[in-house]
Design a protein around this ligand. Structure first.
Ligand code: TUI
Length: 307
């Protein structure tokens, strides 16, 4: 399935793996790239030198292109932006902010820049700033989210910009890929499905929570702080939402979430940890290798798109 995105990046399938904090490390990214998609290392809040090591480890595992996601709320974003150039990374995606101040340096270094946006206005701004494509991410996604749904956001972004659009949020199988293509997207980004990949280092307890989750098992925390985050409901979200309702201070809320994602991903604490996942978790049913996942998804999408 050739699109402007597969041609631009030199990848076989129009599938990106989301740059998920703590989850999207070098082994997952390399496995997705080796399977023909675009693996992405999530820099999240990591120090720049850790990101450099992750990039080098991924290079040792794959000769295929892979990307790095620069999370713009990271206080180390500026150094991470430099490391990406120094290490010769070919593709950068950004999230949780406006990457305009890094754009010129990346473009000069020949890095393809693909910001994640949650609105038409931001997509327009990114195109003007020189972005090569945009990921239009709907509120069905896990983690930090905007308010527009994928179904409404993708066609409106497609109608507004000339650059290619990658659809994200609520896509977990071939039906989702086919639907995204019908909306005008030229690739998709999936996160939640890849949490349960065999090559994903996520703790078995977290994987089990994603596999067992039903359609309405996620909640949005942080609405009051201006940083809404979708995650699977547990003791931690119950406590967080109670504190939010009581008008707790930012400090109190931050104290509760400090290190909570690491606790869930690495230690498997599914009670007090943060279980970021999208609404499509209800459809994610089993652990598979990235190769099996991508081949199954693409085969299903092709049948539907040929109909
Ligand atoms: O970035 C994401 N998803 C994320 S980042 C993350 S790490 C984190 N953990 C806890 C709290 C906050 C962050 C977990 N999940 N997705 C891409 C995305 N970007 N979604 C929405 C946006 C976005 C939001 C505002 C992009 C641009 C934007 O612009 C605001 C501005 O600066 O005008």
């Amino acid at each position: 399935m050739e699109t402007r995105i597969t041609k631009l990046l030199g990848i076989q399938y129009p599938i990106f793996q989301g740059g998920m904090a703590w989850v999207a490390e070098h082994q997952l990214a390399a496995a997705v790239s080796n399977a023909g998609g675009l693996g992405i290392i999530g820099a999240a809040s990591a120090p720049a030198e850790i990101v450099r090591e992750e990039i080098r480890k991924a290079k040792a595992l794959t000769n295929k292109p892979f990307g790095v996601n620069v999370m713009l709320m990271n206080p180390n974003a500026e150094e991470v932006a430099k490391v990406v150039i120094e290490e010769g990374v070919k593709v950068v995606t950004t999230g949780a902010g406006n990457p305009a101040k890094f754009m010129d340096a990346w473009k000069e270094a020949g890095v393809k820049v693909i910001p994640v946006v949650a609105s038409v206005a931001m997509a327009k701004l990114m195109e003007r700033a020189g972005a090569d494509a945009v990921v239009a991410e709907g509120t069905e996604s896990g983690g930090h989210i905007g308010s527009a749904t994928t179904m409404t956001l993708v066609p409106q972004v497609v109608d507004t910009v000339q650059i290619p659009v990658i659809a994200a949020g609520g896509i977990g199988d071939g039906r989702g890929v086919a639907a995204a293509m019908m909306l005008g997207a030229e690739a998709v980004q999936m996160g939640t499905r890849f949490i349960v990949a065999k090559e994903s280092i996520v703790h078995a307890n977290y994987k089990e929570k994603v596999i067992k989750a039903k359609d309405i098992d996620s909640v949005i925390t942080g609405t009051s702080t201006g940083h809404p985050v979708r995650q699977i409901r547990n003791q931690m979200t119950k406590e967080y939402l109670r504190l939010e309702k009581e008008g707790a201070s930012l400090e109190e809320l931050e104290y509760l979430t400090l290190g909570a994602l690491r606790k869930a991903v690495i230690e498997g604490d599914v009670v007090n940890g943060t279980l970021m996942a999208g609404q499509i978790a209800g459809l994610v049913a089993k652990e598979q290798t990235c190769q099996e996942m991508i081949e199954e998804i693409m085969a299903q999408a092709k049948v539907l798109l040929n109909k």
